[in-house]
Design a protein around this ligand. Structure first.
Ligand code: NDP
Length: 448
């Protein structure tokens, strides 16, 4: 072991003890530290000033009670979180997740990833994340509204256009952002549109924000394929999930000539050998909020499965767009055996370390989430620009900006990987490229 390897191992050991019981956070840090060893070996300057320790310690963590009343007049209590991880590059920026699995470790892993992702976009935004263990599924509109109002009653004092700008994530879409914004506006007594992104189009939202993460993931995939002389035209694609990211990844992949052969939700997966009827899928998931089996009932040639896994399908490309650690080592082996040559993560950390290793060994071109799904936050930053200038841009102009940002992220990850003798390793490339910008800003700003 070199000195740097020893230092990093001892630091990671301390981090495990200081952040016990947070396996997702450990996993996210381990992956980044593994890439950073190469930088620290080459440039010792980054190993000084407690930089790595500061980077892994959130600037602030807020945990709060969220009491609300259900439709039976029963008081319910959830827990709210906001982790303000790093503001060296700009105000904290990152989504809110409402899902029963949410805990501090999950929010910390997401916030940590967000630092590097936001840096890669080239826009002036820091990293943060938040959410609650509230489950919007099965709740009435009134219950969701009362929960959002109570959540914002605490959160509002911690956020602001120049301080922290939350957005959506799992379980938080346009409806929830509306309720959250309404309560913020009431408490702050001002229409501060730059305080949240993902807003409705008539009150400060941006065109393309809804589509951005899914479209961006496909633009990134297209770049990975071009680098090997291939394209999505005629390719078969598997997309897991059927939420915001998945739906628009499906839409854009099919627009570019691919056939999407399957999608899923937490109840099971759907095989669609002839492609996906995107309008029907939007109606089932976005309007009616039903399970994926409803899609199968209303179309021809699709089948629903609640056994096995979506990763059993054959395809050229896999886009995991549901949740963390949904794609394990055995799934990865199956995908490789069934012909998958490209994987790009629409979700955050959907592939386990074992799966990533299988992809590496088999020369599968792999786009990690912090690069491949950065289109959502990038377009949120474009929404902030429109709010600041009280302007609204056309769909085509905004989509063009998104496309350019995704191509630049690919280029940066690719060139950085080459610079560090790891050609084609976009994990190393994106971690190092994202890190250097934040690290330089932190060093310039002193020990804070
Ligand atoms: P949505 O809530 O819109 O959709 C989530 C989808 O994933 C649903 O189909 C859901 O199924 C499925 N899912 C969630 N948890 C599980 C689970 N434990 N097992 C199986 N399926 C599950 O969320 P988004 O589409 O916004 O987010 C998806 C992923 O993309 C997340 O990792 C998120 O962090 C990431 N991301 C999102 C961005 C955005 O702009 N929205 C930006 C960047 C990353 P069900 O409905 O049955 O729960």
């Amino acid at each position: 072991m070199t000195n740097i390897e020893q230092e990093v191992a001892s630091y990671y050991d301390k981090l495990l003890k200081r952040n016990a019981g947070e396996p997702e956070f450990h996993q996210a840090v381990a992956e980044v530290l593994d890439s950073l060893k190469i930088v620290l070996e080459k440039d010792n300057y980054y190993a000084d000033y407690g930089l790595i320790e500061r980077l892994c310690e959130p600037e602030r963590q807020i945990i709060f009670r969220v009491p609300w009343t259900d439709d039976n007049n029963q008081v319910r209590v959830n827990r709210g979180f906001r982790v303000q991880f790093n503001s060296a590059l700009g105000p904290y920026k990152g989504g809110l997740r409402f899902h029963p699995s949410v805990n501090l470790g999950i929010i910390k892993f997401l916030g940590f990833e967000q630092i590097f992702k936001n840096s890669l976009t080239g826009l002036p935004i820091g990293g943060g994340k938040g959410g609650s263990d509230f489950d919007p599924k099965g709740k009435s509109e009134g219950e969701v509204m009362r929960f959002c109002q109570s959540f914002m009653t605490e959160l509002w004092r911690h956020i602001g256009e120049y301080r922290d700008v939350p957005a959506g994530d799992i379980g938080v879409g346009g409806r929830e952002i509306g309720f959250l914004f309404g309560q913020y506006r009431r408490l702050a007594n001002q229409h501060e549109s730059g305080v949240l992104t993902g807003k409705g189009l008539t009150w400060g939202g941006s065109l393309v924000r809804t589509e951005a993460t899914g479209y961006g993931c496909v633009y990134f995939t297209d770049e990975m394929m071009k680098a090997r002389g291939e394209s999505l035209d005629g390719a078969k694609v598997i997309v897991s999930g059927s939420g915001n990211v998945a739906i628009y990844a499906i839409e854009k992949a099919q627009e570019l000539g691919a056939t999407v052969v399957g999608f899923s939700d937490s109840s099971g997966w759907v095989e669609t050998p002839n492609g996906v009827d995107v309008e029907l899928l939007k109606d089932v998931k976005e309007n009616r909020r039903e399970r994926v089996s409803a899609y199968v009932d209303e179309t021809q040639g699709a089948s629903f499965h609640d056994a096995g896994s979506i990763w059993d399908l054959s395809a050229d490309v896999a886009l995991p767009c549901a949740t963390q650690n949904e794609l394990g080592g055995e799934h990865a082996k199956k995908l490789v055996a069934n012909g998958v040559k490209y994987v790009a993560e629409g979700a955050n950390m959907p592939s386990t370390p074992e799966a990533v290793e299988v992809f590496r060994e088999n020369k599968v071109s792999f786009g990690p989430g912090k690069a491949a799904n950065a289109g959502g936050v990038a377009t949120s930053a474009l929404e902030m620009q429109q709010n600041a200038s009280r302007d609204s841009w056309t769909f085509d102009y905004t989509d063009g900006r998104l496309h350019t940002i995704m191509s630049n992220i690919f280029k940066m990850s690719d060139e950085t990987a080459k610079e560090y003798d790891r050609e084609g390793d976009y994990i190393v490339g994106s971690n190092i490229a994202g890190f250097k910008k934040v690290a330089d800003a932190m060093l310039a700003q002193g020990v804070i």
